[in-house]
Design a protein around this ligand. Structure first.
Ligand SMILES: [Zn+2]
Length: 85
């Protein structure tokens, strides 16, 4: 097997592992600790959050998560259905 094939295999493995990880521990989201606003990891607004206000959380069930954390607010851009202001 050439090194090119090896790197292709490892990319595929990483994708599978990523999915498994998401299923086991939940999907990654970014929480702004300052505003209690939750973002998807690919949201444009994540880059505006200061590093010390950023927290990575893993969530299995978003609806339950919002029900359990009443202070939490969804980002108006990426989690509009959970935005309540
Ligand atoms: Zn967002």
């Amino acid at each position: 097997m050439t090194s090119k094939n090896n790197s292709e295999v490892s990319i595929i493995n990483n994708k599978i592992m990523g999915k498994l990880w998401d299923n086991l521990f939940g999907v990654k989201y970014i929480l702004n600790k300052n505003t209690n606003e939750l973002h998807k990891t690919n949201c444009n607004h994540v880059y505006k959050i200061r590093e010390y206000n950023k927290r990575i959380v893993r969530i299995k069930n978003l609806t339950n998560y919002f029900e359990d954390n009443s202070k939490l607010n969804g980002c108006v851009h990426c989690l509009k259905e959970y935005d309540d202001d």
